[in-house]
Design a protein around this ligand. Structure first.
Ligand code: PGA
Length: 260
């Protein structure tokens, strides 16, 4: 049974495109050919340096009710001497409503561990942002040890949070081996995603109770495209998708939106 009616489709542009002009072109292309979507929110997470111009474009368009801006990361302190960091108030200036936390690429090359991720989740939720909390294993093993790894990411990432804090939390299950930037990547199977999402709900149930476990949106990410998006939503019962590569061209992204 699907308890969450609204679908959330998140476009993670990572470090692309290289110029503001290209980012504007991509954004414009998506808006122009975007289908009318019912009960679906599209979240575009561009690079920090493109937020200013995209927020102006969004504000001036009729898509502002359907498309929201998100950031790919941020720093947990509101102010202070933190070279190179971006704070939540800075992001809010540009109308950012969502933040991605714990993406595997940042866990890998910036060594963002569960403790840091927990600090970020706590500060973003406290500031009223919606948090897309990424979890997922590097490898699958037959014995199911990867599930323990996911459990640890969830429990440590959500440490010292209560059920009442979690209304704005969204979990994105994104197995690292399925992300398209990895060699030989292949999307997970919708049935297998469904089973993993049940496991995630069990972990949430034992820690936070039935309501959180039932109502938590769980998105799927990793090599999503127009060809498989629909089956993750229908067969996999995903409440949405986290899309990297397929969100970088207006046609591939809007084809995906049309497919769902
Ligand atoms: P992908 O990336 O869709 O290109 O696999 C997803 C992500 O890294 O969030």
């Amino acid at each position: 049974m699907n308890y969450i009616m609204k679908k959330i489709i998140v476009a993670n542009w990572k470090m692309s495109p290289p110029t503001v002009k290209e980012a504007e072109g991509l954004f414009d292309g998506i808006q122009t050919s975007m289908p009318k979507l019912k009960d679906t929110e599209v979240v575009i997470c561009p690079s920090f340096v493109h937020l200013d111009s995209l927020s102006k474009m969004l504000h001036a368009s009729c898509f502002k009710f359907q498309v929201k801006l998100g950031a790919q990361d941020f720093f947990w302190e509101k102010k202070g001497f933190y070279t190179g960091e971006i704070s939540i108030p800075m992001l809010k200036n540009f109308g950012v409503k969502y933040v991605i936390v714990g993406h595997s690429e940042r866990r890998e090359y910036l060594k963002a561990n569960n403790e840091i991720i927990n600090k970020k989740i706590k500060s973003a939720l406290k500031s009223g942002l919606k948090v897309i909390f990424c979890v997922g294993e590097k490898e699958r093993d037959e014995g199911g040890d990867y599930l323990k790894f996911i459990k640890q990411e969830i429990l440590e990432g959500l440490s010292k949070l209560n059920r009442k804090d979690l209304d704005n939390l969204i979990i994105a299950y994104e197995p690292i081996w399925a992300i398209s930037s990895n060699k030989n990547s292949l999307a997970d199977d919708p049935q297998s995603f469904f089973q993993t999402s049940i496991y995630i709900r069990r972990v949430l149930f034992f820690k936070f109770g039935l309501k959180v476990s039932r109502q938590m949106p769980i998105l799927y990410g990793g090599s999503v495209d127009a060809g498989n998006a629909c089956s993750f939503i229908e067969e996999g019962n995903a409440q949405g998708l986290l899309v990297g590569r397929a969100s970088l061209k207006p046609k591939t992204f809007t084809d995906l939106l049309k497919a769902i």
